[in-house]
Design a protein around this ligand. Structure first.
Ligand code: SDX
Length: 431
């Protein structure tokens, strides 16, 4: 963290505090309030943490007004068009784009850790067939701490590295096997001659009864979807992983906690909810009714895939995803996909409506991703697991950054207590 160049003065009651301020390399300055309680006897109040920096980080930067997303300084649109997912994984994990030799070694390490301990298949078989794949992923990833004991000691840099590679490598296998289990088909093992995205598609859609050749168009689209979901600063699930890791929990338990948080429809579950919403809307002529419902304060309905805590302009990932949706559906010969037409019309109508303009609500990463995944043959229940596969590298990168921070303390927020003050117990006969 940079040294403090100036201070913020906070005065209340008979107190006058000077709190240090720090300048970022990009984004807002911060006021260090760590002494506010010990010197001022008060807490700050920020439910939802809209104005709170919980850590300092060098991994990802978002400028919500410019619609900018940088991973280690590289803009997401350049990474999506010029790079590929495992190279982005290397960048997020180690801070720089790899040389050709570094990339080859990294890809070799990930590829050769894609298999799961054979006994872990029993975990899948303990679930009902109709279990949501996210429930399976939470369970199986958490269970990894019971199988990979040699990479749970977070004080050992080598074990941290092994756990990181294992999680990035095995998440596609876990997600694919959760899908196979749900459709009653046999598990398909990973292949070391396939790239990351192709391996995942083959494990999802191949069957032992015949050969399966991955469509390179779909593999490229899958890889780009992984890249677009890789990391996103201190979002809810990443903050969950950081809070879990602050207690010293092992990496598998921390990532399982992140998966659980991502599942929510306000977060990573929005891609499934968005496609289900688009299907419920059905045709463009039904859009006005749903726009009205989204604006109605008495109706809990919200446009899924719209809005963002940070982006108050466009979500750069949504722009790339929209281009991908056009390309993939066109190449698959699904030109007049009704869901895509409805989505484009919904975006047009919403972005012309004062409510959405005033509240700065734009399509986010989840608005178009489901349309592509649906066209690729995935059921909506697999949309969030795919988000989790991609976000694992972001969670791991943030987890590694936090674990190696010498200032690391257990996360322990306080509260504005509004409950009953001290009172004595009343025996039941006197109540
Ligand atoms: C992701 O944080 C990240 O980085 C997340 C993510 C990542 O990569 O990790 O980007 C991934 O989670 C994207 C978001 C996916 N969620 C959805 O698409 C669900 C629909 N969106 C909303 O639930 C909402 O926009 C959130 C959760 C995304 C943001 O919520 P905020 O920041 O708490 O904003 P808010 O709920 O306070 O909304 C502000 C206003 C409210 O109206 P007022 O109370 O001010 O009158 O905008 C309204 C909201 O009612 N509003 C919406 C809306 N989103 C916000 N109204 C209708 N439809 C919507 N989608």
């Amino acid at each position: 963290m940079s040294d403090s160049q100036k201070t913020a003065k906070v005065s209340f009651d008979d107190k006058e505090l000077e709190l240090p301020m720090y300048a970022p390399t990009a984004g807002p300055e911060v006021i260090d309030i760590r002494k506010l309680y010990s010197e001022g006897g008060v807490f700050t109040y920020d439910p939802g943490f809209a104005s709170t920096a919980a850590c300092d980080s060098t991994i990802t930067f978002i400028d919500g007004d410019k619609g900018q997303l940088l991973h280690r300084g590289y803009p997401i649109d350049q990474l999506a068009s010029k790079s590929h997912f495992l190279e982005v994984c290397y960048l997020l994990l180690y801070g720089e784009l790899p040389t050709a030799e570094q990339l080859e070694d990294f890809e070799h390490r990930v590829t050769n850790h894609t298999m799961l301990h054979e006994q872990m298949q029993n975990f899948f078989r303990g679930f009902r067939r109709d279990a949501h794949p996210m429930a399976v992923m939470v369970g199986v990833v958490g269970a990894m701490s019971a199988f990979y004991h040699d990479s749970t000691d977070i004080s050992d840099p080598w074990q941290r590295e092994v756990a990181s590679i294992r999680l990035i490598a095995k998440m596609p296998t876990i997600a694919a096997w959760a899908y196979k289990y749900s459709v009653g088909q046999p598990f398909i093992y990973p292949r070391n001659d396939l790239d990351y995205a192709s391996n995942f598609l083959r494990m999802c859609f191949a069957v032992p009864a015949e050969d399966y050749n991955v469509d390179p168009v779909l593999a490229r689209a899958m890889d780009r979807i992984f890249t677009l979901h890789a990391d996103h600063e201190q979002n809810a699930s990443t903050s969950t992983v950081r809070l879990a890791s602050s207690s010293g929990a092992n990496p598998f338990a921390c990532i399982a906690a992140g998966i659980a948080c991502l599942w929510g429809p306000a977060h990573g579950g929005a891609n499934q909810a968005c496609l289900e919403m688009l299907r419920e809307i059905g045709t463009p002529d039904q859009i006005p009714e749903y726009i009205a419902r989204a604006k109605d304060k008495n109706d809990p309905f919200r446009l899924m895939g719209f809005g963002h805590r940070v982006y108050k302009n466009f979500d750069p990932r949504a722009k790339v995803m929209k281009q991908s949706a056009d390309e993939v559906l066109d190449l698959l010969g699904i030109e007049d996909n009704p869901t895509l037409q409805t989505a484009k019309e919904l975006e047009r109508v919403a972005l012309e409506d004062d409510y959405f303009v005033e509240k700065k609500l734009y399509p986010n990463v989840d608005f178009y991703s489901g349309i592509i995944l649906d066209a690729m043959g995935f059921p909506t229940s697999m949309f969030t697991p795919i988000f989790a596969v991609a976000r694992t590298v972001g969670w791991i990168s943030q987890w590694k950054e936090q674990i190696s921070d010498p200032q690391l303390r257990i996360g322990r927020p306080r509260q504005l207590y509004q409950g009953k003050t001290l009172r004595d117990y009343v025996d039941v006969e006197n109540r």
